[in-house]
Design a protein around this ligand. Structure first.
Ligand code: HEM
Length: 400
């Protein structure tokens, strides 16, 4: 979940190819890189790019050689974001990583998350009720975007009257604009303001929750003796950022893939298992295309020599299309099994929210297919979402 620096949009391939279509379709380019340049140094971004499954998997598993603490890099990315000072599990190595993750692990286990399913269904039904008489909907703004924000806000225990503000912060943090433009400066300013406001807001809330009388995640973090105040704030902010746009994109990408590959009817009819189809969406159009690491020692990877302190970018979106691991990787096969995709990462940083994201996507897609007998996405004007892999809008003609 790379939200920690402000280089080119994260889904854009790190070459001159940065137009809209290529951001949404970097897959031929990945194939070329896997074939000809599977581990290569990009001078412009000053990072090693890693494209094949085997090496991406190795980098993710080997947290001793490939650190998540980007502050240890000898070369720092240009225009660092304000989150660089916040210590969270995402950017920590052992032993800090365990300390920052273990207190909350239990709450995100599949069993614990299943108990939230009914509430997620209620929130989805509420959202759907607002559009049930429409003949056109936008999957993103009507459903895929508001739902994950509401869910995480509720789990954290954010008061209802602040949830709109919460959405705005979330947007400001993941927004991106081309470098060296006025828009870039404005986006950076908004992001910086959002960090300051969030810190102030969470500080106050954490103080209030220290009495431990509530059963939400802010209370859990506020009363966790192993976290200091900044780490508690960092945890709240990480959950806000890590879980929202990623899940929005999973839901949107699913509607898009199901339509593009003509499987919606078979999923609705139960001929294809919905949960399995969602796994294929995660592989085929991974919401997070790449993550970031720093080499802690000199190491050989894919025949190239990486020096301690150099930055490394494993492209999970490319690994997930590697023919060495997946049969016919360019084919969308909703019944693919096994499906060892890396969309949620691997190793100690494996996505904490994976069980939650899976339930949310399953509930929302199930409800959407139940509610509307036809859903026809209009994919003529596709605008990529900054930072993660997905669309800004997905207008659909629908019939009940
Ligand atoms: C970590 C993807 C949803 C919270 C990660 C990582 C990936 C990822 C690739 C690993 C990052 C790395 O190795 O550097 C996704 C995708 C999602 C999703 C594709 C939705 C489809 C969520 C949700 C939450 C969440 C809903 C929380 C509510 C986290 C956290 C980490 C993480 C806290 C850091 C774990 C650690 O460092 O130990 N996610 N994520 N994610 N994700 Fe997710």
């Amino acid at each position: 979940m790379s939200s920690s620096n402000s280089e080119a949009p994260l889904t854009a391939p790190p070459t001159a190819i940065s137009d809209r279509e290529s951001q949404l379709d970097p897959f031929d380019w990945y194939a070329e890189m896997r074939q000809n340049n599977p581990v290569r140094y990009d001078e412009r971004r000053q990072t090693w790019d890693v494209f094949r499954y085997e090496e991406v998997d190795r980098v993710l598993r080997d947290h001793e050689t490939f650190s998540s603490d980007l502050t240890t890099a000898t070369v720092q990315p240009r225009g660092r974001d304000d989150d660089s000072g916040v210590l969270t599990m995402l950017r920590a190595d052992p032993p800090e990583h365990g300390r920052l993750r273990e207190f909350v692990n239990e709450r995100f286990q599949p069993g614990a998350i299943r108990t939230n399913r009914v509430r997620i269904e209620e929130l989805t039904a509420k959202q759907l009720a607002q559009i049930e008489d429409n003949d056109r909907i936008d999957v993103v703004s009507d459903l895929a975007y508001p739902l994950p924000v509401s869910v995480i806000a509720e789990l954290l225990g954010i008061p209802i009257d602040r949830r709109d503000q919460f959405k705005q912060w979330s947007d400001a943090i993941v927004a991106r604009a081309p470098e060296d433009t006025d828009a870039h400066t404005a986006v950076q300013q908004r992001r910086s303001d959002a960090w300051t406001e969030m810190r102030t807001y969470f500080s106050k809330l954490i103080e209030e929750r220290k009495n431990g009388t509530r059963d939400d995640l802010i209370t859990l973090a506020a009363t966790a003796t192993e976290l200091d105040r900044d780490e508690t704030i960092g945890f709240c902010i990480l959950l806000l950022i890590a879980g929202n746009v990623t899940t929005t994109n999973l839901i949107t990408n699913a509607v898009w893939c199901f339509e593009e590959h003509d499987v919606t009817e078979r999923i609705r009819a139960g001929e294809i298992d919905r949960a399995q189809a969602i796994e294929e969406v995660l592989r085929y159009r991974s919401p997070v295309q790449m993550v970031r690491r720093v080499a802690t020692e000199d190491v050989e990877l894919g025949g190239r020599q990486i020096t301690a302190g150099e930055r490394v970018t494993p492209w999970v979106g490319s690994a997930n299309r590697d023919p060495e691991m997946f049969d016919a990787p360019a084919a969308f096969r909703p019944e693919r099994r096994p499906n060892p995709h890396l969309a949620f990462g691997r190793g100690i940083h494996f996505c904490l929210g994976a069980p939650l994201a899976r339930v949310e996507a399953d509930v929302v897609l199930g409800a959407l297919l139940d509610r509307f007998s036809t859903i026809e996405p209009d994919l003529t004007d596709r605008t990529p979402r900054p930072t993660f892999h997905g669309l800004m809008t997905l207008p659909c003609a629908v019939e009940r």
